[in-house]
Ligand binder design. Sequence first.
Ligand SMILES: Cc1cc2nc3c(=O)[nH]c(=O)nc-3n(C[C@H](O)[C@H](O)[C@H](O)COP(=O)(O)OP(=O)(O)OC[C@H]3O[C@@H](n4cnc5c(N)ncnc54)[C@H](O)[C@@H]3O)c2cc1C
Length: 383
Amino acid sequence: MTRTDVIVIGGGLHGCCTALHLARRGLRPIVLEKNTVGRHASGVNAGGVRQLMRHTAEIPLSMAAMAAWETLAETLGPELAANCGFVGGVGQIGIAQSAQEMDWCHERVAEMHALGYDFEEVIDQEELRRLVPSVADICRGGLVSRRDGHANPFRTTQSFRRRAEQLGARILERTRVIGLEQGDGGWTVTTDNGVFRADIVVNCGGAWAWQAGAMVGEGFPKSHFASTLMVTSRMPHFIDPVVIGIDRVLSFKQTEAGTVVIGGGILGDPDLDEETAETVADRMMESAETVYEFFPILRKATIVRTWAGLEALMPDIIPVIGPSRVARGLWHAFGFSGHGFQLGPIVGSVLADLILDGESPIPLDAFSPSRFTAEGKLKPQAH
Ligand SMILES: Cc1cc2nc3c(=O)[nH]c(=O)nc-3n(C[C@H](O)[C@H](O)[C@H](O)COP(=O)(O)OP(=O)(O)OC[C@H]3O[C@@H](n4cnc5c(N)ncnc54)[C@H](O)[C@@H]3O)c2cc1C
């Protein structure tokens, strides 16, 4: 039996970041990962670092995350920060093709201004063309968030892992949590690789996080989905910002190597039990067609690979971050519903504040685990 302060379930970006911040504050976290670090969503995502078009409840957290991306070297040191491949300030642009989409952009910016946020701007066709010269004439303008950018997801997760280890965290791969029990001596965490004791458990289990909830009788939605991506062979540099669709399924960015990573919400086939997900060729064709329509230059591209990743999906499309509603000393951070990479550098720091100080300067009420019923359904008032 191994005794420590904190067990973190899950070696994705959020688990590694949580371990890093807890270790930084003097605790001795052990991360238990059933596969390998970054094997799931955190290592295979599109790398979009996007404040643009977020759920309004997520904006304070997302803004704090953006500040954390821009100061990664303070958290990770210069080498590990550089390894993340973060490119900020190129902007993310939501492209509008129809008059209705342009109307929506104006309404969205008005709503943002009313809430006191000014980082989203409506752009007309001329500004869109200045930012993205290769865009097709059918695109009328859109919405831009100029500070946004992208990073390399696998290398980012590994950087957070390494820094956590440098600060004293232990990461155990191929270690699956199969039981959680609270007693007088704290938590007993049973795995297929030994038994651990800890005062605190943090559940960063991604698409499987509801299982840790179920181990203590705390219901959460079991829903998940497979998000897909494809990548082209190298192309001459033609775009800096990340572009996404408003009503259309579109998302892509060009990496420093020249490859273009294309995604945007096309679903694959998830298999939670087998812990894998597959792309579906016909659906990928649909995604490619929108990209060709908006960016004719990509007709010359060769798709070299497609893949899919598993992600937890909450009914209100925002994560669960906060203390368990049934047990003391258990904390949750999961359910990022397709947009948790950008939040990666901040959630662990917020959890460390909550666990050690009992509060966070960032408003988190919307993410409370208590918005769900005992059966794991969203409470009516939380809709
Ligand atoms: C294809 C794709 C594209 C995406 N693109 C973007 C994007 O551009 N921008 C953005 O912001 N977000 C994006 N996302 C979402 C983002 O990747 C996720 O929100 C984020 O990575 C979630 O991190 P996590 O640490 O919560 O989960 P994960 O990375 O899934 O990590 C959870 C880990 O917990 C482990 N685990 C679970 N249960 C147990 C257990 N019982 N015992 C031990 N280990 C356990 C799992 O094996 C897993 O490794 C995308 C997601 C996908 C799939």
